[in-house]
Design a protein around this ligand. Structure first.
Ligand code: B12
Ligand code: SF4
Length: 474
């Protein structure tokens, strides 16, 4: 099986400079799971390799896989389907399976494309293995849970695949199949000059923010890896790939406080010197936790703040308030942890006044880094379903390239509140200008610069912000 990450759409041209590209963990898990059962697997990350059509077809012909599995997120929908077409052009007998967040939310829509043979819904490890066996042995894929496919002019949807219960039983992602040296962390999250890698230590999130699509893949209750398994992966990355910096990509790394404390304790006891960062909800970080995290090598915590307007926050069902956000950033400051806050403009109900509240709140909070996305209703989220139901979004005509919502070079997909698309793009620029180009911020960043590497990292981030200033919309 050949597992493919599609290249980024053209609308991500500015984003690419700042966002970095981290290891494709989802495909890495599937590859390792298949290899453990004796299958031959390869990973082609085209967001890194950027093979053109001819080279990609050559690669397919050279590897001759039974199945090409393509990861589909909303923003990579178009490039994913372009690759599916190229697979069929190269060799019509190779089967194409699509999986990932977007494919799991809209499997029937994806299957309308004749170049896609199967859609894998939800977690892909067990379903991919069973599908590969069925194809190899010529048995009926209808017996494989978690699939949607065409058969005899009909679309067959097999029963849902239950998520893997004990995620400690999964092998580590197949790093040996990735070009480890070519990955990089987002500009604002890069903390050292050491080789860096991403790890995911839990699956799922128990909250229900209306803009979020986390339930597409990790349904049901949250599952955690044991602290021991997390430490073993850190050691593995350090020993085999020289990794000195880790980004934990969990939706909320601090969700289980005891487990987070245990992970910190194990890192300290092991004597491994590793720098790391994670994401958390603002209501999960506490002073004692922050102290332990700092002592274990954590340098940055990222928070989803979204809006500075209480009225908009209620509409998002975020379940946290402005006071909790202020507290979280203060805890970071007091414990020498950098804070990174993500904001969003253009959600349902947004007005000039609420957008101004968000920009003012970002400045008041004054975290070390801030980004501001323009809202895009993700398939699988409450907002997406609402807009489709209200006739404000038509799934057949959406341009998925518009789903790049940070530094995009095309208009956002929808003006969900009272502000026009042009005004939202203007306000996004104003957000970055006001946040990053105030004298207080510049002075503080300069005071915190520790090395040439830090300076280079700041300059990379700034370059994208400058590009935003002069961006020409397609
Ligand atoms: C890391 C990450 C990123 C990294 C990507 C790095 C990388 N190489 O993977 C960066 C920062 C670049 C990124 C960017 C964006 N991201 Co992102 N990201 C994540 C995050 C936090 C973790 C992904 C991960 O590793 N998960 C762990 C693995 C195990 O799960 P998985 O990837 O889903 O894979 C499993 C299944 O999906 C399935 N599967 C996946 N692919 C395939 C393929 C086949 C063939 C098969 C059979 C199965 C299969 O099997 C896997 C194993 O079980 C997720 C949230 C989350 N918790 O997953 C959001 C998430 C994937 N991102 C999301 C979004 C919206 C974006 C952006 C559009 C945001 C933006 N500001 O523009 C961009 C677009 C990027 C792009 N070009 O597609 C959404 C996706 C929604 C959607 N409908 O597509 C998510 C779900 C966040 C959310 N809660 O809404 N992201
Ligand atoms: S935004 Fe974060 S907290 Fe809210 S549902 Fe998504 S992953 Fe969970």
């Amino acid at each position: 099986m050949l597992l493919v990450v599609p290249h980024q759409p053209a609308s991500a041209e500015i984003l690419k400079g700042a966002s970095g590209i981290t290891q494709p963990l989802g495909l890495g898990y599937i590859a390792a799971f298949l290899e453990r059962s004796g299958a031959k697997v390869a990973i082609l990350d085209n967001s890194i390799e950027e093979l053109g059509p001819a080279e990609f077809k050559r690669k397919v012909l050279e590897l001759r896989p039974l199945i090409v599995g393509i990861s589909v997120s909303s923003s990579s929908h178009n490039t994913a389907l372009e690759l599916a077409r190229l697979v069929k052009e190269a060799d019509g007998s190779v089967l194409v399976a699509a999986g990932g967040s977007h494919a799991s939310a809209l499997p029937h829509k994806i299957l309308e494309n004749p170049c896609v043979d199967f859609v894998v819904r939800g977690e892909g490890e067990e379903t991919s293995l069973e599908l590969l066996k069925a194809v190899k042995e010529g048995t009926d894929p209808a017996a494989v849970k978690g699939l949607v496919f065409r058969s005899g002019g009909q679309v067959i949807e097999t029963p849902e695949r239950p998520p893997v219960q004990d995620i400690d039983t999964l092998p580590f992602p197949a790093h040996h199949l990735m070009r480890m040296g070519q990955y990089s962390l987002p500009a604002s999250r890069r903390l050292t000059s050491a080789p860096a890698a991403a790890i995911i230590t839990s699956r799922g999130c128990p909250y229900g923010c209306y803009f979020c699509s986390h339930n597409n893949v990790f349904k049901g209750k949250v599952r955690f890896r044991s602290p021991k398994s997390v430490l073993a992966e850190i050691k593995h990355l350090r020993e085999n790939f020289g990794v000195g910096e880790i980004l934990f990509w969990d939706d909320s790394f601090l969700l289980d406080k005891e487990r987070a404390l245990e992970i910190c304790g194990l890192i300290r006891e092991s004597g491994i010197k590793i720098t790391w960062s994670c994401s958390s909800r603002v209501d999960h970080i506490t002073a004692d936790l922050a102290r332990e995290m700092r002592a274990a090598g954590c340098r940055l915590v990222s928070f989803g703040v979204e809006s500075g307007s209480p009225e908009i926050r209620a509409k998002l069902n975020k379940g946290t308030d402005l006071e909790q956000i202020r507290r979280a950033v203060k805890i970071c400051r007091e414990h020498d942890l950098l804070s990174f806050c993500s904001f969003m403009l253009g959600t349902p109900g947004e007005t000039e006044e609420t957008a101004a509240e968000t920009i003012a709140f970002a400045r008041e909070l004054d975290p070390d880094f801030a980004i501001c996305c323009i809202f895009a209703p993700l398939p699988g989220s409450v907002f997406f379903d609402r807009f489709v139901l209200e006739g404000r979004l038509d799934v057949s005509t959406i341009d998925w390239d518009q789903y790049i919502n940070l530094f995009s070079t095309v208009h956002p997909v929808i003006a969900a509140g009272e502000l026009s698309k042009d005004r939202l793009m203007e306000l996004q620029k104003i957000f970055f200008r006001k946040f990053y180009f105030g004298p207080r911020y510049i002075f503080r960043r300069l005071a915190k610069l520790r090395s040439l590497e830090h300076l280079m990292q700041d300059l990379r981030g700034l370059r994208s912000i400058f590009q935003l200033k002069g961006r020409k919309l397609r």
